[in-house]
Design a protein around this ligand. Structure first.
Ligand SMILES: [Zn+2]
Length: 341
């Protein structure tokens, strides 16, 4: 039996410890750069890492382990969201695009200059930094080239490729990857103790979340799992020619384009794995194994690769002007031709 996780490990997952140790050593040695770029998939704990660092840097009397004391006036101000030396930049919640506009970065520069008089370091969290539009990215580049005082910029990003190389090269990269499977499972079990479904459900959810434990905890409740199972049934029916792609696309729409495309990509990967590795393949959708194995025996792998590429490209466009319904219809039509009957 592996040891149970401690309360502290449940709150700050153990797989973040190596990055935290590096950051806190850099801090102790006064070697933190002007800009950090914390990158990794959704749901691995990038924000927990940044929050711990930000709090520690703003606390004048940190604990022996380097974390914030949690009790001093600075810590209280951070918790209340009103610390004057902590600036947060994100997309305008009113905006449909979900982008960080250039005004937000310009305002940040102005505020950082105003606050800098207070003496300490200004901390800026840009989240998600990969959602800056190009004007915002250009404005940020100026800030990175000529910081308006002693600042530490923390950029949080899922997709590094969406950030200009000029920005990436001026930040110190901190990669946070998917944790080891056993650790992720233990943490998720501790998080969902007493929940429905037990160990099997935990493994299934972790698979659907591509191994990202926070995503498995936050995004995959039982109603989402039900939807996932329904869409798998729909895919199998389409592949057998029993269902109509246009009607099915309408049935998929309540799930939303982002999740639909993510799942479709997951199933295509599973089919390709099954087609090459057979029954030993480790699947995203462990619960769908038998149904998928039957399809995998009849797909054209080249066509499946082509469709997977289209799905991944489409996933990068879902928040732009593409009509999600038409997009899904076209992808499901291609899917229905993938399997020979
Ligand atoms: Zn404190």
């Amino acid at each position: 039996m592996p040891e149970a996780l401690t309360q502290a490990e449940t709150e700050f997952p153990p797989w973040l410890a190596p990055n935290w140790a590096r950051l806190s050593q850099a801090r102790a040695a006064d070697r933190l750069p002007h800009a950090l770029l914390i990158a990794g998939p959704r749901g691995v704990g990038k924000r927990l890492l940044v929050e711990r660092l930000v709090r520690a840097l703003l606390c004048p009397s940190p604990l022996p382990d380097g974390t914030a004391c949690g009790r001093c006036p600075d810590c209280r101000l951070v918790r209340a969201g009103s610390h004057p030396d902590l600036l947060r930049v994100g997309p305008d919640p009113e905006s449909k695009s979900g982008e960080i506009p250039v005004e937000a970065i310009r305002e940040l520069r102005g505020r950082a200059m105003l606050t800098a008089g207070r003496g300490g370091r200004i901390l800026v969290v840009i989240d998600p930094a990969d959602r800056m539009n190009s004007a915002a990215a250009n404005a940020l580049l100026k800030t990175l080239e000529e910081p308006p005082g002693p600042v530490l910029l923390c950029l949080i990003a899922e997709q590094l490729g969406r950030l200009p190389a000029t920005i990436r090269s001026r930040c110190q990269l901190v990669r946070q990857g998917i944790p080891p499977l056993d650790l992720a499972l233990r943490w998720l079990e501790a998080q969902t103790a007493g929940g429905e479904g037990g160990d099997v459900a935990v493994a299934v959810r972790l698979g659907l979340a591509r191994g990202a434990p926070l995503r498995a905890r936050d995004e995959l409740d039982s109603s989402v799992l039900d939807q996932h199972a329904r869409l798998r049934t729909s895919l199998v029916g389409l592949a057998r020619g029993e269902l109509d792609p246009v009607a099915e696309a309408a049935a998929w729409s309540p799930v939303g384009a982002r999740l639909s495309l993510d799942w479709l990509a997951g199933w295509l990967c599973d089919l390709l794995r099954l087609a090459t590795a057979g029954e030993d393949a480790r699947l995203n959708d462990a619960a769908g194994g038998p149904a998928l194995a039957e399809l995998a025996a009849r797909i054209d792998p080249l066509a499946a690769h082509r469709l997977l590429r289209r799905v991944l490209q489409a996933a990068g466009l879902t928040d732009s002007t593409v009509n999600p319904q038409l997009l899904l219809e076209s992808l499901l039509m291609e899917w229905s031709r993938l399997v020979s009957r």
